[in-house]
Write a protein that binds this ligand. Structure first.
Ligand code: CA
Ligand code: CA
Ligand code: CA
Length: 252
């Protein structure tokens, strides 16, 4: 309860204010991957996960991760652009809605439509079984329509390392594209090859994504020990999704 109160206090302090100079993102004590129904399982050196196959979403006070499919569009407004489900793998993706900051002139609300700090707002949780420890480069297939729906943060097991902050895409508006770039002070379009997660032990872990910008659309992601597994800005679908198994098999 004390931990809950602590992060509630942090969340309340953050909403509607500018970000503190050196904020400490709270951990995610409430999510336990061993309670997941299914787990994404590594085969070879790669793990591929459909974004719509998340196990849990948390901290959705202001913005929610919504599933969009060829059959169903979430009834959340505002959302100025059309569905992109047709080009998404499996005919499905997730989008962070509502999307109020669409152009640079729209109001930027820290902790509401934007968070430069990872883990504070709208967190997705994916239980993943890694067979091999090591450095995993993260590639994500996304669709953006401008400069205010093209960023997200990635983390592992409730930690948000510098190498997972400020993932950034540019270039092909309205098309699904792969990339693995980090926005920096000098390079706003992102530096290739700077996004990774370090996995210390084999076994069950949780890969997390959290809001940087509302309206962000994510089709699938890929974790691999090979730095150049995908081509930057590639519009191809990518490898097929990794197998999933029941998490009670994980415990045997
Ligand atoms: Ca949209
Ligand atoms: Ca936006
Ligand atoms: Ca998908």
């Amino acid at each position: 309860m004390r931990r809950l109160k602590t992060w509630l206090a942090v969340a309340v302090a953050t909403v509607g204010t500018t970000c503190p100079a050196d904020p400490v993102p709270p951990k995610e004590p409430e999510y336990d991957p061993s309670g997941a129904k299914t787990v994404h399982v590594q085969t070879g050196d790669t793990i591929v996960v459909e974004a719509e196959d998340f196990d849990h979403a948390s901290r959705q006070t202001e913005r929610s991760w919504c599933r969009v499919t060829t059959d169903k569009v979430p009834d959340v407004r505002p959302d100025p652009d059309p569905s992109h489900a047709k080009g998404a793998v499996g005919g499905a993706y997730v989008e962070l809605l509502p999307d109020t900051r669409v152009t640079h002139d729209d109001k930027l609300e820290h902790g509401v439509s934007f968070s430069n700090e990872p883990g504070l707002c709208s967190v997705l949780h994916y239980p993943v079984h890694f067979t091999t420890p090591g450095r995993y480069y993260v590639w994500v297939r996304i669709c953006c329509t401008g400069s205010e729906d093209n960023g997200v943060h990635v983390g592992l097991d409730g930690e948000w390392p510098e190498s997972g902050r400020r993932m950034q895409w540019t270039g092909k508006h309205g098309q699904w594209q792969w990339d693995s770039r980090q926005r920096t002070e000098k390079v706003h379009t992102g530096v290739l090859g700077r996004i990774w997660l370090d996995v210390d032990e084999p076994g069950l872990h949780t890969v997390t994504f959290s809001m940087r910008e509302d309206g962000f659309e994510m089709d699938r992601f890929l974790l691999t020990t090979r730095p150049n597994a995908m081509k930057s800005k590639s519009t191809e679908s990518g490898p097929k999704a990794s197998p999933r198994r029941r998490s009670d098999e994980e415990r045997r």
